[in-house]
Design a protein around this ligand. Structure first.
Ligand SMILES: Nc1ncnc2c1ncn2[C@@H]1O[C@H](COP(=O)(O)OP(=O)(O)OP(=O)(O)O)[C@@H](O)[C@H]1O
Ligand SMILES: [Mg+2]
Length: 241
């Protein structure tokens, strides 16, 4: 059990020009209180990601990478500071507003795919488009194109349990990109794959986000993979270096 508590550790970065960043955090802070001890995980993170930029988020286990992605993805509250997504201040939105920003601006790839088990590969990529009122025909066309591009043209009607780990992660990539989001967030998207498969899936992922121009923030432990991205930022003691 945890008792989340907000603590401010703001730095003086609030006055910087915002430009046209797709993502901009200022003074983002998050702490957890557990067993009487408070852990300050994020102590005022200032991060900007430009349109189309691919940024690797590095840091040792426990440094707060997932905490940062969950805050930026509007999946968890309990933080302090500002989060601007596509120009909109999103940190203080209510649940309805957060859902709207997630639906219209964000795509996620998690370490474990989180696909819907009762739906096949194609349907998993179609669904987020239907939620945005794309027609079924267009959704299916886009989903099939993406999955074919990712080498899954022969697996469209397989359910997640009938796919390998690498194939499942490719479906998760297709799902995250289906609506061409302005911002893609990925938390160790290839972390549970063997090295060779991870390299292939990541290369395909990076090629697609570059093609469609989505800004992308990818948490990873892997320096070698991080070197393939446009910029590397490191979390250390609650700050970005
Ligand atoms: N709900 C929670 N309650 C209490 N502490 C938490 C909670 N979530 C995260 N923490 C703590 O916050 C710190 C950062 O966790 P986080 O999952 O963000 O790290 P990470 O950088 O993603 O690590 P990894 O590389 O292992 O995935 C850890 O020390 C963790 O124990
Ligand atoms: Mg993590």
């Amino acid at each position: 059990m945890s008792d989340a508590r907000v603590v401010t550790h703001g730095r003086s970065g609030f006055a910087e020009p915002t430009g046209a960043a797709v993502l901009e955090t200022r003074g983002l802070a998050r702490s957890f209180t557990q067993g009487g001890e408070t852990i300050h995980v994020l102590r005022g993170v200032d991060l900007s990601v430009a349109p189309g930029e691919i940024v690797a988020l590095l840091g040792p286990s426990g440094s707060g990478k997932s905490t940062l992605l969950q805050a930026v993805g509007l999946l968890e509250g309990g933080f302090e500071g500002s989060i601007r997504i596509a120009g909109e201040e999103a940190a203080q939105l209510d649940a309805h507003g957060r859902t709207r920003v997630r639906r219209d601006q964000l795509g996620f790839v998690y370490q474990f795919h989180h696909l819907l088990p009762d739906f096949n590969a194609l349907e998993n990529v179609v669904l987020p488009q239907l939620i945005r009122d794309v027609s079924r025909e267009d959704s299916e066309g886009r989903a099939a194109d993406l999955l074919r591009t990712l080498g899954l043209g022969h697996r469209l009607t397989h359910r997640p349990a009938q796919l390998s780990g690498g194939e499942q992660q490719r479906v998760a990539v297709a799902r995250a990109l289906a609506n061409r989001p302005a911002l893609v967030l990925a938390d160790e998207p290839t972390g549970n794959l063997d090295e060779a498969t991870a390299d292939v899936v990541l290369a395909e992922f990076l090629r697609l986000v570059r093609e469609q121009g989505s800004a992308t923030l990818i948490a990873t432990h892997n320096e070698r993979l991080a070197a393939k991205m446009d910029r590397v930022v490191r979390l250390h003691e609650g700050h970005l270096q």
